[in-house]
Design a protein around this ligand. Structure first.
Ligand code: F6P
Length: 357
């Protein structure tokens, strides 16, 4: 059944639940609760200094990172918007050390909700796009008190994943396992309206996103890939590439869903004890599910993100996602044990990307 003009998020979800009995009304209601959190956060972000929401908060999060005021407010908004409905058993957030159970006065549901309430928070004070990311899992021990181990399920078990981007317009992009749909927040009616049905990512691209200031710390496969892109028409790829870096992963993911591209925050040696920058459970997994559902791919370089067995709620992971053929190429470079160690012209002492010694 084709969607009508002005199909709302609620109508889209009800249509999906009629097609697939696994998408029950509880899941629909939970996603609508999460979307309401995103609307509220979007209002806070849009008001900026007028609502006194810019600047730092007092605390640091579990990763030891300074929290922005909006990190704390968004975290609170996400939890309060989703714990009341009776659909979740517990939530886990980037901003909370441990899972937060639903307070005893509310009924407990069958789902676990994970979120990064405000991704890209270094961009808040400079008025650049930020976002929220969420992932829904089933509680493996229904009726019990959820503990961190209950959340440690591979990304393949996600029943839904989405993000909101707070840019020039606010959008919600979502998968419930049947492709990816994008909704734009209608400022007059306050509903998310389906504007981007069946989003698909082109398999090839000429655009990559990476924080190139880390290049001296990269491993050889990533150096090789970027070097080849930078060599343009004269290099082995035979075409020029464009580079982008917004420093909001949600915004990079959105650009890739709209026009293709590849994003890399690979493992590097800058902080040797840290396997990557981004978090598996509430950043990499939901974005990986969305990418795969849109025909793209997501990998650590050596493993499909969705098949990684998690060991910690806040674990970090190397993350490479986007146009399928590019991700496969980067994976092939990782497999290629014969790669010479950073001895190519762009990485030598006088090259653009000097190799770490
Ligand atoms: O959540 C982490 C994050 O803000 C991502 O949104 C973004 O891709 C990355 O960090 C930016 O990292 P860097 O500050 O190294 O550019």
């Amino acid at each position: 059944m084709p969607f009508r003009d002005n199909t709302t998020l609620a109508q889209y979800l009800l249509a999906e639940s009629r097609k697939n009995p696994d998408i029950g009304t509880d899941l629909v209601a939970l996603i609508l609760d999460a979307s309401r959190a995103c609307k509220l956060i979007s209002k806070l972000v849009a008001q900026g200094a007028l609502a006194n929401v810019l600047g730092k908060a007092e605390g640091v999060n579990v990763q030891g990172e300074e929290q922005a005021k909006l990190d704390v407010m968004s975290d609170d908004t996400f939890r309060r918007s989703t714990e009341f409905g009776g659909h979740v058993c517990a939530v886990a957030s980037e901003e909370q050390d441990e899972p937060v159970p639903v307070p005893p006065e509310y009924p407990r549901g069958e789902f676990l909700l994970l979120y990064d309430p405000l991704d890209g928070s270094s961009n808040i004070d400079v008025n650049v796009a930020v976002g929220s990311i969420f992932s829904v899992l089933r509680m493996p021990r229904p009726g019990k008190e959820a503990v961190a181990e209950d959340f440690l399920q591979p990304g393949t078990r996600q029943v839904a994943a989405g993000y909101a981007i707070y840019g020039p317009s606010t959008m919600l992009v979502l998968t419930v396992g049947n492709g990816v749909a994008g909704f734009t927040l209608h400022p007059l009616i306050g509903d998310f309206v389906l504007t981007h049905p069946n989003i698909t990512v082109p398999a090839q691209t000429q655009e990559f996103a990476v924080n190139a200031s880390n290049s001296r710390f990269w491993e050889p496969p990533v150096k090789r890939y970027v070097e080849e892109c930078m060599a343009g028409t004269e290099g082995p790829r035979g075409k020029d590439f464009n580079m982008r870096w917004i420093a909001s992963m949600v915004a990079e993911a959105h650009r890739i869903l709209m026009r293709g591209g590849v994003f890399m925050y690979p493992r590097d040696t800058k902080k040797p004890l840290r396997p990557g920058r981004l978090r598996l459970m509430y950043e990499a997994n939901p974005i990986a599910l969305i990418m795969e559902q849109a025909g793209a791919a997501a990998s650590t370089g050596t493993e499909r993100i969705l098949e990684v067995t998690p060991s910690d709620l806040h674990q970090r992971i190397p993350l490479i996602f986007g146009s399928r053929e590019e991700v496969e190429r980067i994976e092939a470079y990782h497999r290629d044990s014969a790669i010479p160690k950073a001895d190519t012209p762009l990485f030598n002492a006088r090259g653009l990307f000097r190799a770490a010694l």
